[in-house]
Ligand binder design. Sequence first.
Ligand code: SAH
Length: 347
Amino acid sequence: MNSKIDILSLDLKELSDFMLELEEKSFRGKQIFRWLHQRNVISFDDMTDISKGLRSKLKEKAIIQNVSIVEKLVSKEDNTTKYLFQIENDYIIESVLMKYEYGNAVCISSQAGCAMGCLFCASAVGGFERNLTAGEMLSQIYEIQKDIGERISNIVIMGSGEPLNNYDNTIKFLEIINSEDGLKVGHRHITVSTCGVVEKIKELESLKLQITLAVSLHAPNDDIRQKIMPVAKKYSIDELILAAKEYADYTKRRVTFEYALIKGINDSVECAKELAYRLKGLLCHVNIIPINDVKERNYLRSSDKTVNEFCETLKTRNIEATIRRKLGSDINAACGQLRKRYLKNTD
Ligand code: SAH
């Protein structure tokens, strides 16, 4: 790891304080912040209104630890592009750009690899490598913006990794991306997805941010959930749903529950009824995702009929539900298909 200051992960206050440490005026902090977060430069030399003297101090003491594009896969089926980014240590992480009528949305990774071990997810296959810094999370968005020459208006932290286990960096990311002197993406345009780290949901709730919380539920009870998600052995479904309810009560934001339908495991009408019963009265929305292929696993997708029946069973019980369109599966860019790799072994 580099001992220099990771300048892309500093918020405006920290950057201004850093200027004072360098015996510069603190307003230089804002200037540099804007170069990094609005104009997305990745070299101090490009900061043309900063004196040469300060630029050389910056080079000596700090680095811009950005991610860089190694490969881009464009879906032939829809408007989805998967980006493979190299991070420090030569690991590769993945992000997905989705173009919608309302704007450009990006799904970013919060960790290289993932430690949560959900049995149906590709991100779990190679295990956990490391947390991404706030700067590396931001940089995924900045590099995609530069590549397409358009603004990113919506962000989902739903790529590989468990954002709530990289809590501080995720919060820092949310602060910087929302900053007046940064990209200014409103929190209402950001979703954070968790497999259900209950104490962190509570911590997040106390910040009262306007982000959307997505909870990967995938089962209506502990029995089934424990079979497919190791985290379910740590927190019961009751605790998790209660935390989600508190989150909705506190923030007045509708919580999303993700439910990947796996043939014969969690897709029966009985499961849908049990789920509806548990979610009754909660300000929420269920996102039904027919499970996507992960080559190391042999879980199967439910038939269209089963998927529709599941959705209808929820709706007739007054639970809002939609079936998520599958995007980018020809380039392994759909939910649960993102994985980490090592640069020297990118098969
Ligand atoms: N760790 C976070 C965010 C990353 S996973 C979380 O668990 O929410 C993003 C979403 O994709 C989660 O809802 C996850 O459960 C889902 N997912 C994982 N594998 C999948 C698969 N094979 N098909 C469909 N969705 C999957």
